[in-house]
Write a new protein. Structure first.
Length: 459
C-alpha cells in the first residue's frame, strides 16, 4: 500500500500541473575562422567614353613648341622648322576627327643655279594653320589615327625682301609644303598614338575598384572584386566622344572579419577584343545578420505567445542562436510546464517573397530529445514543434536595404582617380544562398544593374 501511494505521489509530482526542471546539454558552437565566400564568375559591363576635349588636352600636352624639323638642304634645297603657336583644336566631322593646328614656319631655301656659283639663300618666316582629317581606330585600348592634311591656310602671305621690295614667295613654299605634309600628318598620328593609350588608365581604374570595400562597419563585412579578363569592342566616334564597350570578367567575394588583401595583379589581366558585349552587370551582395541581432528579433517573435498541449503550456522567454557544424542551433529559454532551456537545430533558408530567413528540418538536438522523452514527451509532438518553427524566422529586408545603400555611392559619379567617373544603376535583388560562420548568418543576394566609365579632365 505504501508503494502504491509513493507511485501515485510521483505521478502527481510529474503531472501536467507541475513545472518540470530541464537541464539539457548545451551544444557548443563551432570555432571556425572567417571564411572567404567565392561566388560564381561575374561579368561587369563598363561602357567607356573619352571626350574629344580629353584627347585634345592630352595631345596639347604632348606637342609643345618645336614639332617638326628638316635640316637637310641637299634633297630639296630647303631646311625647315615648324612650331605649334597655339593649342590644337579637335572637333568631330562625319565620324572622323578634324584637327586645327596653328603654327609658325621658319625656312631657309636655296635658289638660282649652281652654274658659276650663281645662287643664293634666303630665310623666311610665316604663320599659318593646318587642318587635318583623321580616321579613328582602337586596338588593345590604344587609339590610333590615320591623318591627311585637309587644308593649309596662311595667316599672312610669306614674303622675302629682294632689292628693297617684298616679293611674295608662296609659290616657292607650296611645293615644299607638299613634301612635308605627310611628315606633319605622321607627327600628329604619332602624338595621338602616344597620348591616347588608355590601357594604363583602365588598369589604374581596375586597381582602384579592386580594393576591398567595407559594406558594413557594424558587421565587419567586406566586398572584394578580383579581375580576370578584360574585353573591348571597336571604338566609335560619336557626339564628340570616343566610345567603346568594356567588359570585365571577375570573381566577387564577400568576407566577414578583418579587411582582406586585394587580389589584383595588373600583370595577369588578359585583354581580348570582341565584336559585341552584354549590357548587364551582375554582382553578389551579402546581407549579414549577426547571431545577436537575429536572436533579438526572434525573441520578439515569441513574446506573448503560449505553446500548449492540453493543460500543459510553455512560454518562450528568450532565443539564442549560434552555428555548429553547418547547422543553426536555436536555444529556447522557457517557463511554464517546463522551466529551462531546450535546443533545436535546423538549416537556414530564405523566403524571397517575405524576405525572411527561416529554418528547414527543424528538430530537437539529440541530447535534448533524450531528456524530453523522459520528462516532457508532449513537447516532442509535431504540432508543438510546428508552432515553434513558425516563429523561428526573421526578416532581412533592413539588411538588404543597407547593402544596396552601401553600394550606391560607388555607382553615383564615383571617381576612383582624377578625371575618371563611374556611374550606374542597381536593380532588385535575387536570392542565391545562405552561409553560416561563427559570427553571422550571411544571405548572398545577386543583383543586376548597369555601369559606365567616362574619362574627362585627367592630369
Amino acid at each position: 500500500m505504501k508503494k502504491l501511494l509513493y507511485v501515485l505521489m510521483l505521478s502527481f509530482l510529474f503531472g501536467c500541473s507541475t513545472t518540470k526542471k530541464i537541464d539539457a546539454l548545451k551544444p557548443e558552437p563551432s570555432l571556425n575562422t572567417p571564411v572567404v565566400y567565392n561566388t560564381t564568375t561575374s561579368f561587369v559591363n563598363m561602357p567607356m567614353e573619352v571626350t574629344l576635349k580629353e584627347v585634345e588636352h592630352q595631345l596639347n600636352k604632348s606637342l609643345v613648341g618645336l614639332i617638326y624639323e628638316d635640316a637637310n638642304m641637299d634633297d630639296d634645297k630647303t631646311v625647315m622648322k615648324i612650331w605649334k603657336t597655339a593649342n590644337i583644336k579637335l572637333v568631330e566631322k562625319n565620324g572622323k576627327i578634324q584637327s586645327v593646328l596653328p603654327l609658325k614656319i621658319w625656312a631657309k631655301f636655296k635658289y638660282g643655279t649652281e652654274f658659276m656659283g650663281l645662287n643664293d639663300t634666303r630665310e623666311i618666316e610665316a604663320n599659318g594653320t593646318i587642318t587635318l582629317l583623321s580616321n579613328v581606330s582602337l586596338s588593345n585600348f590604344k587609339m590610333t589615327t590615320e591623318s591627311v592634311i585637309e587644308d593649309f591656310a596662311w595667316t599672312e602671305s610669306p614674303t622675302i625682301l629682294v632689292a628693297g621690295k617684298k616679293v611674295p614667295i608662296t609659290y616657292i613654299l607650296t611645293p615644299t609644303l607638299s613634301i612635308f605634309k605627310s611628315k606633319v600628318s605622321k607627327k600628329i598620328d604619332e602624338a595621338i598614338d602616344k597620348t591616347c593609350d588608355f590601357k594604363p588608365y583602365v588598369l589604374d581604374v581596375l586597381e582602384t575598384i579592386s580594393k576591398p570595400i567595407q559594406t558594413s562597419e557594424q558587421y565587419e563585412t567586406w566586398f572584394k572584386m578580383v579581375p580576370i579578363e578584360m574585353y573591348n569592342t571597336d571604338a566609335v566616334l560619336k557626339n564628340g566622344k570616343v566610345a567603346l564597350d568594356l567588359g570585365l570578367k571577375c570573381n566577387m567575394q564577400t568576407l566577414v572579419g578583418q579587411m582582406p588583401k586585394t587580389g589584383y595583379n595588373r600583370e595577369n589581366i588578359a585583354f581580348k577584343p570582341v565584336a559585341k558585349m552584354p549590357n548587364k552587370t551582375t554582382a553578389t551582395i551579402a546581407a549579414v545578420s549577426t547571431y545577436e541581432s537575429a536572436s533579438r528579433i526572434m525573441t520578439k517573435n515569441f513574446q506573448g505567445k503560449e505553446f500548449a498541449n492540453g493543460s500543459r503550456k510553455i512560454v518562450v522567454q528568450k532565443v539564442d542562436l549560434w552555428h555548429k557544424e553547418g547547422k543553426m542551433i536555436i536555444a529556447l529559454s522557457m517557463t511554464g510546464s517546463i522551466d529551462g532551456t531546450i535546443y533545436l537545430s535546423g538549416i537556414p533558408n530564405y523566403n524571397p517573397i517575405t524576405k525572411e530567413i527561416y529554418f528547414e528540418n527543424l528538430d530537437y538536438v539529440l541530447n535534448t530529445k533524450g531528456l524530453l522523452t523522459k520528462t516532457a514527451n508532449w513537447l516532442l509532438q509535431g504540432v508543438i514543434l510546428k508552432k515553434i518553427q513558425e516563429n523561428c524566422r526573421y526578416s532581412i529586408k533592413e539588411n538588404l536595404d543597407d547593402a544596396k545603400k552601401n553600394m550606391l555611392p560607388y555607382l553615383s559619379n564615383f571617381s576612383p582617380m582624377k578625371g575618371v567617373f563611374v556611374n550606374g544603376t542597381l536593380d532588385d535583388f535575387e536570392f542565391e544562398k545562405v552561409e553560416l560562420n561563427n559570427q553571422a548568418i550571411i544571405a548572398f543576394i545577386k543583383a543586376s544593374g548597369k555601369m559606365n566609365v567616362s574619362i574627362d579632365g585627367m592630369d
